[in-house]
Every structure is written in structure tokens, then in C-alpha cells.
Design a protein around this ligand. Structure first.
Ligand SMILES: [Ca+2]
Length: 230
């Protein structure tokens, strides 16, 4: 009788311990390809199915006339790609993509690369400075011009516990701390414009747009940045 009581107490204690939760999560990350782990939406713009979400989660895109596809990349000329299924995307904690602008904007304007009103976003501001926005924080902008006309650059935003960080060319550029939780948004995901009303149009190319429900590590982003579009 004594031994049985002791055993059940042990099980209960073990099951609620914090350390019992962390170990399987780490093992899971080690066991799967980091490019796929926690992937919510993935847009490689494959020539045969350029609007498809290749993460398997069905977040298919709808284009406007001013977006075309060529050789596996999406070419924006003032239009946008919009996502039809917004809810799960609110869990996004990392954005990663390749961008090749065709022009830059001035006069305090900006270009929207990825945006889901307030939940998360990635823009290029005047001065060629990329900025991660949303995620429970106003934004964190790269400290100097990180993007050039006509050249592919890898960009990433990572929302970790207590901070939002921006990566340019695979390297962490700047972080800003926040105490707010990332908000949810009912608005659609837009690629190439500001969500939800449009505007802030992007002129250029995007490829390998990835949204994750976990913070990517610096090592993972560095690795992604070694694989530019062909
Ligand atoms: Ca591609």
C-alpha cells in the first residue's frame, strides 16, 4: 500500500515538472530538417504551382494582375499575393525570405514584403533599410542599408521570448526587447503590399518565403542565407 502511493505521487510530480517538457521538444528539433520544423507556410513559387503553400498547410495565395512568375520567383510590379486562410498564421514567430528589389522608394515611403496587419510584417523603408514589424512591438529596423537594387538579399525576423530581432544576409543586425505578446489578427496575409488596405507596394522579386511558428536560431538563418535563388 505504501509503495503504490509513493509510485503514483512520483508519476504526478514528474509529469508536471518543467524539465519533462523541454527534453522531447529538443529531441524533435534535432530529429527533423530545420527547414521544415515548425513551418506554417512556405512559398518557393515553383513554376508548376507558384501559388501553392508547400508547407502542406494549405495557405494558398491569390494574385492580382500586377504579379507574375518567372523561373521559380515571384515578380511584383505594384500588385500583391494574398493568403486566404489567416488564423493559424497568427502563430508566426519567424519570417525568412529572399528579396531582390527593382527600385527603392523615398520620401518616407515604404514597401511591404510580408504583412499581416499588426500580427507580423517585414518592410523596406526609405534608405534601403529593412524593418520587422508587429509581433507585439512597433518594429525593429536594420541599422544601415541592407538591401540593394538588383541583388538578392536574405532577410529574417525572429520573435523570441521578450525580443524581436532582424537578420540581414544571414547575420543578426539588431534586436529590440518587448514585454507584449504577439497579437492575433483577422486580416489576410499580404505579400508585396501593406495589409489590410493595400498600398506600400513592392517592386521587385521575392523567393523562398517561409513562416515558422518557432523562433529560428542564428545558425539556421545563417544556413538559409547560403542558399540564394538560382
Ligand atoms: Ca523559387
Amino acid at each position: 500500500m505504501q509503495a503504490k502511493t509513493h509510485a503514483s505521487m512520483q508519476v504526478k510530480t514528474h509529469g508536471t515538472a518543467d524539465t519533462g517538457i523541454d527534453a522531447p521538444r529538443d529531441a524533435f528539433l534535432d530529429a527533423c530538417d530545420f527547414l521544415m520544423c515548425g513551418l506554417i507556410a512556405y512559398y518557393p513559387f515553383d513554376p508548376d504551382r507558384p501559388l501553392e503553400d508547400r508547407s502542406g498547410n494549405g495557405h494558398r495565395l491569390t494574385p492580382t494582375d500586377d504579379v507574375s512568375f518567372s523561373s521559380g520567383i515571384a515578380r511584383f510590379n505594384g500588385g500583391r499575393l494574398s493568403g486566404a486562410s489567416p488564423l493559424r498564421l497568427n502563430q508566426t514567430r519567424s519570417i525568412a525570405l529572399w528579396v531582390r528589389p527593382r527600385m527603392m522608394v523615398g520620401g518616407g515611403a515604404r514597401m511591404g514584403l510580408v504583412d499581416k496587419e499588426r500580427a507580423f510584417g517585414l518592410f523596406i523603408y526609405e534608405g534601403q533599410a529593412p524593418e520587422c514589424r508587429g509581433f507585439g512591438i512597433e518594429g525593429v529596423r536594420a541599422s544601415d542599408a541592407g538591401v540593394e537594387v538588383g541583388r538578392w538579399t536574405h532577410l529574417a525576423c525572429v520573435r523570441e521570448d521578450g525580443r524581436l530581432c532582424i537578420y540581414v544576409g544571414g547575420a543578426q543586425q539588431r534586436c529590440q526587447s518587448t514585454s507584449s505578446d504577439p497579437p492575433s489578427s483577422m486580416h489576410q496575409l499580404f505579400l508585396g503590399q501593406d495589409s489590410p488596405d493595400g498600398g506600400d507596394a513592392f517592386f521587385g522579386d521575392l523567393d523562398e518565403v517561409r513562416l515558422y511558428d518557432r523562433p529560428l536560431s542564428a545558425g539556421e538563418i545563417g544556413e538559409m542565407a547560403t542558399r540564394p535563388p538560382p
